[in-house]
Design a protein around this ligand. Structure first.
Ligand code: FPP
Length: 256
C-alpha cells in the first residue's frame, strides 16, 4: 500500500522547483530631486530657508544610509540653472548650506571614505565656493568607494549644450570626427563623465515632473514618486523606493 510517506516523495518529484529568492538588487546609482523644502517650512510656519536647512540634514542622513547599504553613487539636485530667480535670501541660504557642507566634507571625507563631486556649471558660483569645490574634487581623487554627486547650477539641457560645444570644439581642432560620434563617446562630454547612469530616480513632494534633471542619463531610469516632502524623507522612505524598484522588470526596450 502506498503510504503517506511515498505520496509526499512523488509530490516532491513532480513539484516545480521554487524560484530562488531574488538576491537583493541594490541599485548602483540613485538620483534624487530634493523637493518640498518650501512646503515643509510653510506647514510649520517657518521661513523657506528653514526648509532648505532641514533638506540639507536629510541629504546627510540619506547619503550616510546609502553608503551603508552598498549604493555606489547618490546624485542630488541641490540648485538648478533656474533657481537663481528665487529671492536673494533664499539663494544665499542654499549657497551657505553648500559652503558649510563642503567645509565639513573637506574635514571628514577621507575619514568617512566618501567621495564628493559637484556637477553643473560651477563658473557662476562665488570664487570661494569654486575653490572649495576644487578642493573636495582633489581629495576625492584619492578616495575609493561611495560617491555623492551634488548638482549645483545644473540643468539637463544646459549640460547637453555644454557637451555639444566641447565636442564641436574637438571637431574644429581635428581631435574628433562628427560622423564617428557614438552615444558612449558623447557621454564623456557630460558632467557625469565616468559615472554610470542612475537606475532609479526619486522625486518626493508629489510633483510628477523631471524638471530638467539628468535628461540624458535618465533614458532608462525607473522613476519613483512619493508625496513625502524631502525634509521628511528618511531611511525607511529610501527603503520603500528601493523595494519598489526591486519589483520592477527592466527591459531596456527589449523583450523577455
Ligand atoms: C526644492 O524645494 C529644493 C531646492 C531648490 C534646494 C535644495 C537644496 C538643499 C536641500 C540644500 C543643499 C545642501 C546640501 C548640503 C546638498 P522647494 O524649495 O522648491 O520646495 P517647494 O516646492 O515646497 O517650495
Amino acid at each position: 500500500p502506498i503510504g503517506p510517506g511515498l505520496e509526499k516523495i512523488t509530490m516532491r518529484l513532480f513539484r516545480k522547483k521554487a524560484a530562488p529568492a531574488q538576491p537583493r538588487r541594490i541599485p548602483t546609482h540613485i538620483a534624487i530631486v530634493m523637493d518640498g523644502n518650501g512646503r515643509w517650512a510653510k506647514q510649520r510656519g517657518l521661513p523657506r530657508p528653514a526648509g532648505h536647512k532641514a533638506g540639507a540634514e536629510s541629504f546627510r542622513t540619506i547619503a550616510n544610509y546609502a553608503k551603508s547599504i552598498g549604493l555606489q553613487y547618490l546624485t542630488v539636485y541641490a540648485f538648478s540653472t533656474e533657481n537663481w530667480k528665487r529671492p536673494a535670501d533664499e539663494v544665499n541660504t542654499i549657497m551657505g548650506l553648500l559652503k558649510q557642507y563642503m567645509l565639513e566634507a573637506i574635514d571628514s571625507m577621507e575619514r568617512d571614505q566618501i567621495r564628493l563631486r559637484f556637477l553643473g556649471d560651477l563658473s557662476a558660483l562665488s570664487p570661494e565656493l569654486q575653490e572649495l569645490a576644487r578642493r573636495t574634487n582633489e581629495i576625492s581623487s584619492h578616495i575609493q568607494g561611495f560617491q555623492a554627486n551634488v548638482c549645483i547650477n545644473y540643468g539637463g539641457r544646459d549640460e547637453i549644450i555644454h557637451a555639444a560645444r566641447r565636442f564641436a570644439a574637438d571637431c574644429v581642432n581635428g581631435v574628433k570626427k562628427p560622423e564617428e560620434l557614438t552615444e558612449a563617446d558623447f557621454a564623456h562630454y557630460l558632467y557625469t563623465d565616468g559615472i554610470p547612469d542612475p537606475e532609479l530616480i526619486i522625486r518626493p513632494s508629489g510633483e510628477l515632473r523631471t524638471s530638467n534633471f539628468l535628461l540624458w542619463q535618465s533614458a532608462y531610469a525607473e522613476y519613483y514618486f512619493t508625496d513625502v516632502l524631502w525634509p521628511d524623507f528618511d531611511e525607511s522612505e529610501l527603503d520603500k523606493a528601493i523595494a519598489s524598484y526591486q519589483k520592477r522588470e527592466r527591459r531596456f526596450g527589449g523583450r523577455k
